[in-house]
Design a protein around this ligand. Structure first.
Ligand code: DMJ
Length: 935
């Protein structure tokens, strides 16, 4: 791992570091040594195979970067489905996620140092010239301070770091005169007004042209920010100070970190997710290592490595001790409350925490890193990608995957740490999945839903900044990289900053906070390197032996463990004294029985109820067994309800030339007609119906006969449209939204409801597409005339015959919207709840929506098992609303949403976005509770 050390041997002291420094700096060195120690376990990969994979990564990068440069630049990002640039203000707003876009050619800047790592020096030189020629940092746009810091300031500094390295080598960049650094400094000054708070914590957003607070700025009224947003500045700001000699940047970033440290919860030593930037009060008191906090911890440890300041390590160690005490429940990492750290705050994990094993490697704590990574890998094997959030029993909670790099990052560091070729195989799987499921003719598209394989028109800049760097480095040998990666530290966006900065312009005064630290007992440092006993106890199979017991952790997660118990007990015919279906949370007798069985009822702040069973608290072992059976019944009851109620989203896949299944669109199902999850998919050419709204007998039956009819939403009921096209001989129908610009990226999917009458006569499948997805099909018809689609529950593999054709075509390309091959299989869809809409243009029709009350257990019906795998007597279950996933919300079959319903899942791509998603989720929960009351 490159985080420290250069060529010094393991255990040899790093110059200019206090003794503490050894803890982190030598970790990297021990790990490098370990690489060569490996002699057994997974079959080693040959140099040829590694090179082949490295070349594959290069080709993939070219595909992503080339399409961005050709079809999107100078826009901030590429929209890979429609093959054009994403320009802020010209596309429907996606909420906070758009705050990363500052009209400053974000993807180009974020890609700069990746070009050098991937040995594309000439392209780097061209890219730097383009940045200097084209990029304007003075736009009247409100941007996220956090995102601008990690992606743009970090990108410019990473570019500068490698530009001066190349210049020194004497071949490339000879003309370079610190121009990127000057831009970085200009940007740094633009961000400084954000720190104008009494606390020193920055405002979350700033207007690049007008700063904060002026009326033209349109920002400056925010009161809260996320911990990571305020605590992920020190590497870039200190580097900027040390490169330029302007100490103010490092001072501001330190002040913000000092304030966060002061505000940590003193008894648990944890920090919350969001904080008031004026008062310092914790706004969200839940605490984990994922969304909203993660890179705060990362920067404490890395600030120590880069800056050599012991106080950062001491803070990190204090937090790490708390994380391992409360949040780490190997192999899981579960959020807890900062004041009650023994109480889990959630029963799901987010994809962002996948960076944590990599950080643990830097810390030198390899065992839990291996465990968590293995658990995450199994989730990936199940769903092809890490869903944005997944439950403790590894089901999808939020189904998107915006091609996040965190898991690749941890895989790289674990390989560096262990030398175990297993991690190369993991990397190979990541490459295969990206090519198979995310690659489209114009780049790589984020997954809209990992279960259906559908795409989003989005390729985030971090995909180029991080994913390709880590994947390439994973397979690269030292000689494949033109500089020594060990001389640099990776920022959270994987930008490279040189370690020599620790001894340069080092004049910022440090606050002496040492006396404030909690004395930690020695056990706190059992996890640190050097600790050869833990790291490599002379056993080359060490990593494998840690993974082995977790091999089936996803398949044998808690519910199955419980089922086993139940099967054994039920064989004897016993039943719990209280049946789950009879349980009422308001019945005192029931509560008494629960108590006896060791099941406690926790009333959550939002009115929901959580059931937790501690076998040890049961009155007797028989009661404990009854408790287990009761919990099991609850799980079964809820999953039964889910099955009955939920209709998952569907996929429309364009299978004809030149798409060959490469474009997968997310579609809403219908509550009538052929159920695609039970039947074989329907495949056919598309034809527009006349009239286009399908509200009367079709005047062009010959055109739609034997085809899939396209219809415009509105004017009449969905069921009526279906009957009209069915009568004309259509084999299926796709209703396209009449709201121009609507998209499944920004609006919640819903199910098309029937007309309140018997709809058994409708035999054909009907799917709904929002306008943007619909226009991809309409554009294709315009361009290719004959367009064949597949309607199914999830994307299917392409035809083997078309594969060659598509491969031949892959070099051609890329007309906007034109797509090609490589389909999806094997995603195991789990029911994803969708809202239900009647044909909503008609107010009268709204009345026909199939709305009914949610289960009446009054906060008492757990639907999910949230106990950790390796069930050890404690499983946590939540009521049906606990799983506040996009999917669950969407799919609550019992609630009918108005057209104006909020999108329940703003896409997660950055902290702000994460925060927004959580907030939205909470609002939706409240709304649902209210609706339940009304129904
Ligand atoms: C990146 O922008 C950074 O790694 C950030 O710290 C959080 N994650 C995103 C990518 O997922």
């Amino acid at each position: 791992m490159s985080e420290a050390g250069g060529d010094r041997g393991c255990g040899s002291p790093a110059p200019q570091r206090a003794p503490w420094s050894l803890v982190a700096t030598t970790a990297a060195l021990c790990l490098v040594t370990a690489t060569s120690m490996w002699t057994a376990g997974a079959a080693p990969m040959t140099r040829e195979e590694k090179q082949k994979l490295g070349n594959q990564v290069l080709e993939m990068f070219d595909h992503a970067y080339g399409n961005y440069m050709e079809h999107a630049y100078p826009a901030d990002e590429l929209m890979p489905l429609t093959c054009r640039g994403r320009i802020r203000g010209e596309e429907p707003s996606r909420g906070d996620v758009d705050d990363a876009l500052g009209k400053f050619s974000l993807t180009l800047i974020d890609s700069l140092d990746t070009l050098v790592v991937l040995n594309k020096t000439k392209e780097f030189e061209d890219a730097v010239k383009k940045v200097l020629r084209d990029v304007n940092l003075d736009n009247d746009v409100v941007v996220s301070v956090f995102e601008t810091n990690i992606r743009v300031l970090g990108g410019l500094l990473g570019g500068h770091s490698l530009a001066i390295m190349l210049k020194e080598k004497g071949e490339y960049m000879q003309w370079y005169n610190d121009e990127l650094l000057q831009m970085a400094k200009q940007l740094g000054y633009k961000l400084l007004p954000a720190f104008n708070t009494t606390s020193g914590l920055p405002y979350p957003r700033i207007n690049l042209k007008f700063g904060i607070r002026k009326p033209e700025a349109r920002t400056g009224t925010e009161t809260d920010t996320c911990t990571a947003c305020a605590g992920t500045l020190i590497l870039e700001f200190a580097a900027l100070s040390r490169f330029t000699g302007a100490t103010i940047f490092e001072e501001y970033a330190r002040k913000a970190l000092d304030f966060l440290w002061e505000k940590r919860q003193r008894s648990s030593n944890l920090v919350g997710v969001t904080i008031n930037i004026h008062t310092g009060d914790w706004v969200r008191k839940d605490s984990g290592v994922g969304a909203g906090i993660d890179s705060y911890y990362e920067y404490l440890l890395k600030a120590y490595v880069l800056l050599g300041d012991d106080s950062f390590l001491e803070r990190f160690n204090t937090h790490y001790d708390a994380i391992m005490r409360y949040i780490s429940q190997p192999p899981l990492l579960l959020d807890v409350h900062i004041h009650k750290p023994m109480l889990n705050a959630r029963t799901w994990m987010d994809a962002l925490l996948a960076f944590f094993p990599g950080l643990q490697v830097l810390k030198g704590d390899i065992r839990p890193a291996i465990e968590t990574h293995e658990m995450l890998y199994q989730v990936i094997k199940k769903h092809n990608f890490l869903p944005e959030a997944f439950t403790t029993d590894f089901r999808v909670h939020w189904a998107q995957h915006p091609l996040r790099p965190e898991f690749a990052e941890s895989t790289y560091f674990l390989y560096k740490a262990t030398g175990d070729p297993y991690y190369l195989e993991v990397g190979k799987t990541l490459i295969e999945n990206l090519n198979k499921y995310a690659r489209v003719p114009c780049g790589f598209a984020a997954m809209k839903d990992v279960r259906t394989g559908s795409h989003e028109d989005r390729m985030d800049s971090f995909f180029l900044a991080e994913m390709f760097k880590y994947l390439y480095l994973l397979f690269a040998d030292k000689e494949d990289i033109i500089f020594d990666i060990e001389d640099y530290i990776f920022t959270t966006e994987a930008h490279l900053l040189p370690l020599w900065l620790s001894t340069t312009n080092h004049s910022v005064s440090k606050k002496s906070t040492t006396s404030e630290y909690i004395e930690l007992d020695d056990s706190n440092f059992d996890w640190t390197c050097p600790n050869t006993q833990i790291l490599f106890p002379n056993d080359p199979l060490y990593a494998q032996s840690i993974r082995e017991p977790l091999k089936n952790v996803v398949d044998k997660s808690c519910p199955r463990g419980v089922i086993r118990v139940r099967e054994e007990s039920f064989r004897s015919g016993s039943r719990p004294p209280l049946r789950a279906r009879d349980f009422m949370a308001t019945n005192p007798e029931h509560l008494e029985i629960l108590k006896k069985m060791g099941v406690s009822l926790i009333h959550l702040k939002d009115g929901r109820v959580q059931l937790v069973q501690h076998a040890i608290q049961a009155a007797s072992s028989i009661d404990a067994e009854d408790g287990l059976r009761f919990m099991q019944e609850m799980i079964e009851l809820s999953s039964q309800q889910q099955k009955e109620q939920q209709l998952p989203p569907r996929a429309v896949q364009i299978v004809s030339h030149p798409f060959f299944g490469r474009v997968v669109l997310t579609a809403g199902p219908a509550q009538f007609g052929l159920d695609l999850s039970k039947h074989k998919e329907t495949r056919g050419f598309v034809a527009s119906s006349k009239p286009y709204n399908g509200c009367s007998e079709l005047t062009n039956p010959e055109a739609v006969m034997g085809k899939i009819a396209l219809l415009l939403r509105g004017q009449c009921m969905f069921a009526e449209k279906a009957r009209n096209i069915q009568n004309a001989g259509a084999i299926g129908g796709i209703v396209i939204d009449d709201n121009e610009g609507s998209s499944s990226d920004t609006a919640p999917l819903f199910q098309m409801a029937g007309d309140g009458k018997d709809t058994d006569d409708i035999k054909i499948p009907m799917l709904f597409l929002f306008s943007k997805e619909g226009s991809i099909i309409l554009d294709a018809i315009r361009e290719y005339e004959e367009v064949e689609v597949l309607l199914s529950d999830k994307a299917k593999d392409r035809d083997p015959e078309t594969e060659n054709e598509s491969q031949n075509q892959s070099a051609e390309q890329t007309t906007p919207g034109s797509q090609e091959v490589d389909l999806v299989d094997g995603a195991s869809p789990e029911d994803s709840p969708l809202n239900s809409h009647p044909e909503s243009s008609s107010p009268a029709a709204t009345d026909s929506a199939t709305a009914s009350a949610s289960p009446s257990q009054q906060n008492s019906d757990p639907t999910e098992n949230h106990g950790p795998p390796g069930f050890d007597g404690e499983c946590t279950y939540l009521d049906e609303d606990e799983e506040q996933s996009e999917t669950e919300e969407d799919s609550n079959p019992n609630v009918s949403w108005g057209k104006e319903a909020q999108p329940m899942h703003p896409i997660l791509a950055n902290w702000n976005e994460d925060m927004e998603a959580i907030e939205m989720m909470e609002k939706e929960m409240e709304k649902r509770e209210m609706m339940k009351g009304e129904l």
